[in-house]
Design a protein around this ligand. Structure first.
Ligand SMILES: *Cc1c(COP(=O)(O)O)cnc(C)c1O
Length: 392
């Protein structure tokens, strides 16, 4: 049964700025990729841009390319200069400003690459970069040094070397495909990778980190889903930052993935002027649950070069978690993390629910701010109580 109340929260913005596109073109992911907005002229055809954005587009040509699919571009509110969708994908002059803390490789990935494209940071899992291209480019991309083909470094890929490393390293049980975005590869190319990984006996768990279902929902074809489901257990992490990104088309694409048995998680990045308030995040996580997506991580924005205008305080992230935990479904609450600068990996941050803790007891605070005490097993008074229960 369809519930109209929740239906109304998902809208389609098609064809929007592309009234001339035929239906079958619009629904063709290759048409979407071919018709991306990638130039100043293309941008100005649809939007009145500011001088800061114009300068940003010129900068983008040597840092991180401009590219936005028609589907995602349509989510931009023309009348709102601080539109949260616009801030994520339209370059700005502020990208030319490097704060003293900015880094080109904020998570220290290059130093943890035993072979090109494979980041082995944690004991039992690896990040496998399989392409340097995405459907659209996020202005705060943590891998902007190598992504989109115009930045300071080239992404070196050598799949045979990566497979040889994985075959040798029997401790690796989890492989995360990322890039770039693995879902911009053709079905055949992707299947070649997945089947090769599945042939390695000690690899148990495969996952794909992707923003394609959001930028390019047309890519999630029934054929793609039928192919993916042959490689289970296969999980997917998508990347949604603002509730407006969950359109009718995106919800349907996520539904096709969920129907193929793929458990879906979401990784949001906390961004100034995009999602840095409890109300927006609450609407986002509720809409994600309606799309059968479990909010997984909320990331503090990495110290990527030229992203200081998009970063928020760490306190803001804690405030958002505090505003969700207890007030809404536990499944809707992501884990807030900082990917530690310099290569420490993801570190969880939690609001201070532990008020006091020693060998005897832990004093805790609930979501309403009320204080409770839990005795530790070894606590003197707990032992006394236990002995009182024994028969005399
Ligand atoms: C994020 C990440 C992973 C996966 O971490 P999980 O917490 O298991 O999701 C693995 N390797 C690298 C290098 C990562 O950055």
């Amino acid at each position: 049964m369809e519930h109209s109340d929740t239906e109304e929260r998902f809208v389609s913005h098609a064809p929007g700025y592309w009234p001339e596109a035929a239906d079958e073109q619009w629904h063709d992911w290759k048409w979407q990729l071919k018709n991306r907005v990638t130039t100043l002229a293309g941008l100005e055809k649809h939007l009145t841009i500011t001088s800061g954005e114009r300068a940003g587009v010129l900068l983008a040509g040597t840092k991180l390319a401009l590219a936005v699919t028609p589907h995602y571009f349509n989510l931009i509110d023309r009348s709102d200069p601080s539109c949260p969708i616009r801030r994520q994908v339209i370059p700005s002059i502020e990208e030319g400003y490097d704060s003293p803390y900015d880094m080109s490789d904020p998570c220290g990935e290059d130093a943890s690459m035993p072979v090109p494209g494979l980041v082995h940071r944690y004991p039992d899992r690896v990040l496998f970069l399989v392409t340097d291209r995405c459907a659209s480019y996020c202005r705060y991309c943590t891998r902007s040094r190598v992504v989109s083909g115009v930045g300071e470094q080239e992404m070196h890929l050598d799949f045979e070397q990566a497979f040889a490393y994985l075959e040798k390293h029997k401790e690796v049980r989890d492989v995360l495909l990322s890039g770039g975005d693995a879902l911009v590869l053709s079905d055949d190319k992707l299947e070649g990778l997945l089947s090769r990984l599945r042939a390695i006996r000690h690899i148990e768990f495969l996952r794909i980190g992707t923003r394609v279902p959001i930028f390019l929902p047309q890519r999630i074809t029934p054929q793609l889903c039928a192919m993916l489901k042959k490689y289970h257990p296969l999980w997917m992490s998508v990347h949604v930052n603002h509730p407006r990104e969950l359109t009718t088309e995106v919800r349907n694409a996520l539904g096709r993935l969920a129907d193929a048995g793929i458990p879906l998680g979401n990784q949001s990045v906390l961004l100034s002027g995009v999602n840095d308030n409890v109300a927006t995040m609450k609407e986002l996580v509720h809409k994600l649950l309606l799309c059968r997506v479990r909010p997984y991580y909320l990331y503090q924005c990495d110290l990527i070069r030229g992203s200081s205008h998009l970063r928020t305080s760490v306190a803001k992230g804690l405030e958002i978690i505090e505003g969700l935990r207890g007030f809404t479904t536990g499944y809707a609450v992501p884990q807030f993390v900082i990917d530690a600068p310099g290569g420490g990996g993801k570190v969880p941050l939690n609001p201070g629910y532990v008020v006091y803790h020693d060998k005897e007891k832990v004093v805790i605070r609930n979501f309403e701010g009320r204080i409770f005490e839990y005795p530790e097993p070894g606590a003197a008074h707990a032992v006394t109580r236990h002995e009182e229960l024994l028969p005399a």
